[in-house]
Write a protein that binds this ligand. Sequence first.
Ligand SMILES: [Mg+2]
Length: 281
Amino acid sequence: MRKLSINGCLFDADGVLYRGSEPIKGGPETIKFLREKGIKVGIITNNSTRDRESLLEKLHALGYDFRADEILSSAMMAAETIASEKRNASVFVIGEQGLVNELKRANLQVITSENEKADYVVVGLDRQCTYAKLKIAMNHIMNGAKFIATNTDLTLPQANGSFIPGAGALVSALTASVGKEPDLICGKPSPFLYTRMLEKLNLKKEEVIFVGDRVETDIKGSIVAGIHPILVLTGVVSRETADNVLMKNGIKPNQVTVLPSIKEIISLERIVSLTDNAQGK
Ligand SMILES: [Mg+2]
């Protein structure tokens, strides 16, 4: 039996490594196993509400041994992108503390009023968002501020199986008000998180697989980025709905490997055979 020939494995977080406050069974052991095989690991997440310390704290509490340099969120990506475009830029934020912390870490000036000039408006999930905040954001964009979305997930699954409006709901409200789409969407399915993480880990797309639970963001983005995707059924998609969701998103069965959960990654032969099939070998 041939061995899986990858040098890296990227993961989405929620629905893949954990669900709510519970780790996915066998998850921490899988990460350890990959490390022992010399395979680099990394997390790319659309979640913009936590900063890197807070995300690491959660992962460590659930038994995962990830390091700070193995994590990239849509909030970190937004901060890095803005800082690389304009040093000390002023930013009006619709978002939570984690996003604000990442922007400040990148030496950006977070402003809160309509009277200061904003170079950028960044929109992420904000569970305290008010009409007043939307109004200020709208006016900054109308006055020339660049409109950046951390991600456009319309809903966010909760631990009890219900959903809440995601960052995309707020992005849509602003898009409708200002009459234009965001200038940049940092999160999946845009390819930026994938390609930046490959750079950080010094890996090529051909030697990496990506594990996600959401077809319209994780799996679509992975295909756009040229990375073979693994869809796990521990998040938003179930075994019963998987085929339907993939079809609806225009994804052919041979473009994706479907596994019950993260722990089946250890059965390397299976991934090799499916990946080889996908490449028509
Ligand atoms: Mg997820």
